[in-house]
Design a protein around this ligand. Sequence first.
Ligand code: ATP
Ligand code: MG
Length: 555
Amino acid sequence: MSEVETPSNFIQNKIDQELKSAKFTVHTRFPPEPNGHLHIGHAKSICLNFGLANQFSGICNLRFDDTNPNKEDMKYVKAIQEDIKWLGFDWGNQIFYASDYFNQLFEFAIQLINKGKAYVDDLTPEQIREYRGTLSEPGENSPYRDRTVEENLVLFQKMKAGEFAEGKKVLRAKIDMSLGNLNMRDPVLYRILKATHHRTGNKWCIYPMYDFTHGQSDSIEKITHSLCTLEFEDHRPLYNWFLDELEIYHPQQIEFARLSLNYTILSKRKLLQLVEEGHVGDWDDPRMPTLSGMRRRGYPPEAIREFCERIGISKSNSTVDFALLEHCVRENLNQTATRVMAVLRPLKVVLMNYPEGQVEEMDAVNNPEDPDAGTRKMPFSRIVYIEQEDFMEDPPKKFFRLGPGREVRLKHAYVIKCEEVIKNELGEIVELRCTYDPETRSGSTQDGRKVKGTLHWISADHAHKAEVRLYSHLFKHANPGDEKECPDLKATLNPDSLEIIEEALLEPSLKNAKGSYQFLRLGYFCVDSQKSSYGSQVFNRIVTLRDTWAKIIKK
Ligand code: ATP
Ligand code: MG
């Protein structure tokens, strides 16, 4: 679908080079923590890791980084798998859990203690922070740092046996409290958590820290290219220290820029906050940047993959314009979506010279982009509805829609002329009396007069009623994730991100709607997985028709 060649990225080029001097199987992994649902940022990482494995006929593992039982849940494990499959990737049998390595990681910790490279510390979490120092000042050694190997072994076993309360003791690496890299100042390796783990149950009451787990898990799985976001550049020396001290296989860590999108937050913690505080329906609310939200909204997975291709992979952080994602969605739907008619805010039009009781079946093209998509019949009759905004009583010159005495074409049907405007006692327009030109059925006027505007319409007697939901950005601020600019997430929410039209009028073919459609002149819509409060179908607006991105790239 893309008009450009798939761009290559620096990681791909690097692997290409490496393969010139050595034969090996490229082995990547996607390592989500099952503490929330996947979002579009994760899609970037999924496309990169699974994409490289596909490209080089390698392997990509799905590994759940499940080291924090307080925040993780089996329901997220399931949802993450569903989202990756939907996006179009397959891990085959390559599914792993960091919790499968808990025994091994415990042994690694014992090894470090035996080498005099780890110690049990009694400082409280606050004290550990105080002792750590700052970027400009070195840290201070803990008074417990010089415990003997024997003492450390005993204490660590007691930690494992549940003899101490949470927060009373931790295991720390013994590196150097004066190093410039704060991650290297005796980081915590294990903490006590009396929590039930979603996979290991109550077997453990000490859990390895993410930093003590991640690199070793990559090593155990013999990952060749461990791809992570730039924040982890400062953790790389620590991961290398662990691998060196433990004398185990070294994956190659390569950092890349994480995705940020304007008008969007990509932090699971904040997305969870939106759900818990009820600002959105759930994780799959169609306004959420989650993959489940985008699926429900009607974004095709192909469009998300295309987006990830186009943004590329770089070494410097930047913010991507949401309009690019919408552009990819539109481009895909333009090829695939059936064109139909729907009227969101109806205005009644009576065709005074059209025979009462007559119904004609108009031929409507399903998709002008796809000749194989064929045509369908649309009933036409004496009373039709048009969009309120397609009529103006006192229109300016350039308004090529309907006005008193003006003509427009009704798509796939006739040219009509507005003869009379009917108002209620409040002065509101409630009906238009028009005439139709019987000579213009799906063709031009007999006398060659020009009719500029074409409107969509629905036959009153045949209208199918459904709820339509119009979405816009969830945030009114362009950079809602910036805590300095937007300290209060709630205050940055867009109060108009959801508009509900309870009774829109749709063409009858949509009674059995499945998938995505273009509502002519209105946008792309898809059937929601839920019904409305009165039991009707719900249609989500996937994206509007106007493409601001196409304009940007034309410039
Ligand atoms: P969050 O900040 O949303 O909680 P996370 O990094 O803690 O994200 P993980 O489940 O650990 O979430 O992420 C799994 C993988 O996805 C990691 O390898 C991480 O680097 C990658 N990832 C997460 N967010 C992004 C992003 N915005 N852009 C690119 N990759 C991302
Ligand atoms: Mg993470």
